[in-house]
Ligand binder design. Structure first.
Ligand code: ATP
Length: 506
């Protein structure tokens, strides 16, 4: 695996996986552009998720809701009031930080001084400290300065402002007039689109509980401190499932989805040692969540959240439904005066209406891509003493499935043969097959090792029936080089389809 983020960033830029957003104008912080190979890797990951969670199941439907979202959706979901992080500014450097991130980076003795100043137990952890500081913001700023909280950018103690809340949602105006009534949001998560379509999906599909709705799409958060490459960005993609269940069956399904999602990430190539399920302690839970298990991954910059799996009870549908009083909602929800639909379920046996509970596995696509790249990154010393970088991605996820390389670039019989072979393999629908005639063969192999291409197929003189020994025994055969072992085998071109299908099968 990669030992630093920097070596991944360098590879991503060099080979065309990921670039800084708006780079030619100095970059727009917290945005990244996926390049020719990045878009393939990301699409492959999303397709694998969709196949597993929609196609291979018989209890799931797909959805693609809009990004622009009515203000009331994010009012009743609670985001307008609470989707905020506490932030602090260093008065000297003018740098701004998310309070919990800033504190996490401090030395234990600095934290201990803060725990004492804010009168919380050290063992209670960062969460309690942040809570105490938010309860007494003015005192918190002073205590941070007195305790010597250091600005990570300079390594010097800072002069800190009191913490204050900052709502992370991006606002925009729909229509030509920038007025309050036209205010809308870019969605901060894909989940709300599923909740507000609950009745539409139910009516259209006649599903019975339990069933789920899956969605992949962009989400936007005005993060205070975007950092760690594509780990924390302001525009990202999520792969979310809302799995609706009967109250009482929620704990079973929560455990089920934690296992299911852990298994899936391993199938994608992440090793079990680098995946850590973390059960959020009660005091960290959002008020509506009954339980949350985060799947943490050992990223090069540390052990951090890749996916969260929450038992959200009847909070979401209960928040957006009309007739709230008649439905026996258990979660604490805002009184809804605007919804036009009953987001509930009528028990086919008893005829009773109730609001289903929901289990939400919510994964970040970009964090998934980062984890895959990090896990796959390998620096190897060859017997010759040379070093090579190999991206050991699962062949199914690799941006390019096979490169077809003509051994001689100036021999039309060879290049034409290779081009025809590329077209023939491309037509199999297995993903991208690349005709590769840049540089010499050694360079082509090295390059494809670095971008994770599992197979390099070379068309040579033998292929076109011009073997050195004067025979045509090897006509229509090619060499196939394996990325990981670097071994080459010779196959007849008619065998390639079966070979690739087998290797690229899920
Ligand atoms: P964090 O605590 O890291 O900010 P979160 O708990 O707020 O994350 P959720 O709201 O649970 O995140 O979002 C679900 C998933 O979406 C996360 O597990 C993560 O993979 C992804 N995600 C959330 N925020 C970002 C971001 N700013 N950049 C990239 N991915 C993100």
């Amino acid at each position: 695996p990669a030992s630093t983020l920097d070596e991944l960033v360098a590879l991503c830029k060099r080979r065309g996986f990921i670039f800084q957003g708006s780079e030619i104008y100095g970059g727009l912080q917290g945005t990244y552009d996926y390049g020719p190979l990045g878009v393939e890797l990301k699409n492959n990951l999303k397709q694998a998720w969709w196949r597993r969670n929609v196609y291979e199941r018989d209890d799931m439907e797909g959805l693609d809701a809009s990004i622009l979202t009515h203000r009331l959706v994010l009012h009743y979901s609670g985001h307008e009031a609470t989707f905020a992080d506490p932030m602090v500014d260093n008065r000297i450097t003018k740098k701004r930080y998310r309070l919990d991130h800033l504190l996490k980076d401090q030395k234990p003795e600095v934290l201990a001084r803060l725990y004492r100043a804010m009168e919380v137990e050290g063992e209670a952890g960062l969460h309690a400290l942040v809570q105490a500081m938010m309860a007494a913001p003015e005192r918190a700023g002073g205590a941070m300065t007195a305790a010597g909280v250091v600005d990570p950018a300079t390594g010097e103690p800072g002069d800190w402002t009191p913490p204050r809340y900052f709502n992370m949602m991006f606002k925009t105006y729909v229509g030509p007039v920038e007025e309050e009534a036209a205010l809308a949001y870019l969605r901060p998560e894909t989940a709300q689109g599923i909740f507000i379509n609950f009745k539409n999906v139910l009516d259209a599909t006649s599903r019975k509980l339990p069933f789920g709705v899956a969605q992949i799409g962009k989400a936007f958060r005005n993060e205070i401190t975007p950092r760690n490459f594509i780990f924390r960005v302001r525009e990202f993609e999520q792969m979310e499932i809302e799995y609706f269940v009967r109250p009482g069956e929620d704990e079973y399904w929560h455990r089920y989805w934690v296992e299911e999602r852990l298994k899936w990430w391993q199938e994608m190539g992440l090793s079990r040692e680098n995946l850590v399920p973390y059960e959020q302690p009660k005091e960290e839970l959002a008020h509506y969540a009954k339980a949350t298990v985060d799947i943490l991954y050992r990223f090069p910059h540390g052990l951090e959240e890749l996916e969260g799996i929450a038992n959200r009870t009847d909070f979401d549908l209960g928040s957006h439904t009309k007739d709230q009083e008649e439905l026996g909602i258990t979660a604490q929800v805002l009184r809804n005066e605007h919804s036009t639909q009953r987001l509930a379920y009528r028990d086919p046996e008893t005829g009773r209406w109730f609001v289903p509970y929901v289990i939400e596995p919510s994964a970040g696509v970009d964090r998934g891509v980062l984890a895959l790249l990090s896990e796959a990154f390998t620096r190897e010393e060859l017997p010759s003493g040379e070093e090579r970088i190999v991206l050991r991605l699962k062949p199914q996820l690799a941006p390019i499935k096979a490169a077809v390389i003509p051994l001689a670039k100036n021999r039309p019989e060879i290049t034409d043969y290779a081009k025809r072979l590329k077209a023939r393999l491309q037509a199999l629908g297995l993903g991208r097959i690349l005709y590769e005639d840049t540089g010499n063969i050694g360079k082509a192999y090295r390059r494809h090792d670095e971008v994770g291409t599992p197979f390099a197929i070379t068309v040579d003189y033998d292929t076109i029936g011009q073997s050195k020994d004067g025979t045509t025994k090897l006509k229509d055969t090619v060499t196939v080089r394996d990325r990981d072992t670097m071994e080459q085998i010779r196959l007849h071109v008619d065998e390639l389809e079966g070979f690739l299908r087998e290797k690229l099968r899920w």
